[in-house]
Design a protein around this ligand. Structure first.
Ligand code: SGN
Ligand code: CA
Length: 563
């Protein structure tokens, strides 16, 4: 016993210099950190933000206990880059993870590594999507790539590759609760990353929600029939329109046989294949439940189809999309409830900070879209709810311009560990603890890169303030957009050329350049990108865009470069 105490004193002595809040470690009370993140979870689908689509009473509990952020955003609205930014506290151009294609550079320093070194017990369960395993974790069980909804495989730190029967959201939670109950060390603070695959495409809900959700009807967004006029060509060129690009089988889950019967050509050639792949994963009883409820959907569709106008088809697809997407969220909410119940039952709320967020937002029919990538609000913004009982006042809201860039420094700050000087975010602790005067940020920087790629969203970088967005689409075109966020909240009108905005425009241009200097973005990463994709294509690896199309885009790119 004496030896242990002596050892402890010795370690505290060694660790002391890296803790900025010495008192917390010496009193043994460093907070636990629980980071809950879903994949593609739009804030419009969390009732603490908006209850028109779904009630999420459990996720809402986090906001009730703490703070709801209404202007939280990402620096690059796509999965793996967002995760890389979260872990490194750096913009994509510095951590190198600009898109979903190429693997994460594991020489990056991440906040879990720093917390682990500082004596935190660390664990990750669920979706990472990096092409390699996470560093700095005592335990992990992660989904390979995008992962599967039913009977998913996992890459694990201790048991190799495993396959688990059941529904992914339940399984990831079981793993998390099992770790908390059986592996968590009482004498160490922990940092837990609990990362859902849901509600990511192809939106397969749990069996228990199929009956209810396949029968529900949801309100339509005002811009479902957006014609993309009034903006630069990028919005119209994107391939994420519900009517034109969402698959009848792989997404909307109509049996390909029925499509044949009705003479419907599916969109996006491989869609039927995905339907078949997903069905093939079901156990016989899961397949039976699926057939039972989706069979009814098909029967109704067969009757309705012959007289459907194109607007009817859009509406039908939107409803099918919402049923499945929101159905997957129901299971996320239930499982978040299981976790919160566990923490409550084990008196763990008091010294724990709980964060709920998504890797980015998502379009739920706004602008006629699904998916994300664009800087328009529904995908640029991301949900952020934080409970930190005793530190953050219950039921509070913040409209501060926080970003996923800020998580690393926030968690290091919470743990009393100083952040490396090259991290680019800011700690949110002042906002969470009511010291708002210490938060001075009045604009954020955004840069999306994954083009040419699936959904064809052109590259763009931008500055966003509470009032405006100034956006540059630069890769295969050279177009500027100015959006007045206050007067045009639906973001339908480019006022860049409007003389009334001349002053605003000039001011934003200057501030955008300042931000690019501040964050060290010179866009050098654009060079040679299409060639890398072409090399992959030559090797047979196609990233959602054919070789011919890549060649075409390369020509467009060259033209812009010559200008
Ligand atoms: C898949 C989806 C896309 C989605 C990307 C990226 N297509 O490729 O719709 O944009 O993932 O999503 S699918 O037909 O394979 O489902 S991300 O969240 O991983 O960035
Ligand atoms: Ca995502």
């Amino acid at each position: 016993m004496r030896k242990t105490i002596l050892l402890l004193v010795f370690f505290i002595g060694i660790l002391k210099p890296i803790f900025s809040q010495e008192s917390q470690i010496t009193s043994g009370k460093r907070p636990n950190i629980i980071f809950i993140m879903s994949d593609d979870h739009a804030y419009q689908a969390i009732s603490a933000y908006d209850n028109r689509l779904i009630e999420t009473p459990n996720i809402d509990r986090i906001a009730k206990m703490g703070m709801l952020f209404t202007q939280a955003s990402v620096t690059n609205s796509i999965c793996a880059p967002s995760r890389a930014t979260i872990l490194t506290g750096k913009h994509s151009h510095l951590n190198g993870k600009i898109d979903n294609h190429f693997p994460f550079d594991t020489t990056n320093v991440t906040f879990p590594q720093l917390l682990q070194q500082a004596g935190y017990q660390t664990a990750m369960f669920g979706k990472l999507h990096f092409g390699n395993n996470p560093k700095g974790f005592d335990e992990f069980k992660i989904l390979p790539g995008q992962g599967s909804y039913y009977n998913p495989e996992f890459i694990t730190k201790k048991e190799g590759n495993i396959k688990v029967e059941g529904y992914v959201t339940d399984i990831v939670t079981d793993m998390t609760l099992d770790w908390l109950e059986n592996e968590r060390k009482a004498d160490q603070p922990f940092m837990l990353m609990y990362l859902h695959k849901s509600p990511h495409r192809p939106w397969l809900m749990a069996e228990r929600h199929m009956e209810e959700f396949t029968q529900r009807t949801f309100p339509e967004p005002a811009t479902l029939f957006d014609d993309y006029s009034g903006r630069t060509p990028a919005a119209g060129e994107a391939e994420m329109n519900i009517l034109d690009h969402m698959g009848w089988s792989g997404d909307n889950k109509l049996n390909p046989e029925i499509l044949k019967q009705l003479g419907i050509a599916d969109v996006g050639g491989y869609d039927t294949a995905r339907y078949k792949n997903e069905i093939a994963r079901f156990s016989p009883s899961q397949a039976e439940t699926f057939r039972k409820y989706y069979g009814k959907v098909e029967e109704e569709f067969i009757k309705a189809y012959p007289t459907m106008s194109s607007a009817d088809k859009m509406r039908w697809k939107y409803q099918r999309y919402m049923q499945d997407y929101l159905g997957t969220i129901k299971a996320v909410d239930e499982n978040v409830g299981r976790l919160l119940d566990y923490l409550e039952a084990n008196n763990m709320m008091e010294n724990t900070i709980i964060v709920y967020t998504s890797d980015q937002g998502f379009y739920l029919g706004e602008h006629g879209w699904y998916d994300k990538r664009f800087i328009y609000d529904e995908s640029f913004k991301t949900p952020l709810l934080v409970a930190w009982p005793g530190k953050t006042s219950a039921g509070t809201r913040s409209d501060a311009l926080v970003q996923n860039l800020d998580f690393a420094q926030t968690f290091l700050d919470v743990a009393g560990v100083s952040a490396p000087a090259d991290m680019q975010g800011e700690s949110m602790v002042p906002l969470l603890t009511g010291n708002t005067e210490k938060w001075t940020r009045d604009a954020v920087y955004y840069h999306y890169y994954e083009y040419p790629a699936e959904h064809m969203v052109n590259r763009h970088y931008a500055i966003v303030t509470k009032e405006y967005k100034l956006i540059h689409y630069y890769f295969v075109e050279d177009q500027w957009e100015l959006i007045d966020r206050i007067k045009d909240p639906q973001e339908l009108k480019n006022v860049y050329a409007d003389p009334a905005y001349a002053e605003v425009r000039a001011d934003l241009h200057k501030r955008l350049e300042d931000l690019r200097v501040k964050y060290k973005d010179n866009s050098a990463l654009s060079q040679g990108y299409i060639d890398r994709l072409l090399e992959d294509a030559a090797r047979g690896k196609v990233w959602g865009v054919s070789k011919e199309r890549l060649e075409e885009i390369k020509k467009r790119r060259e033209k812009v470069m010559q200008k």
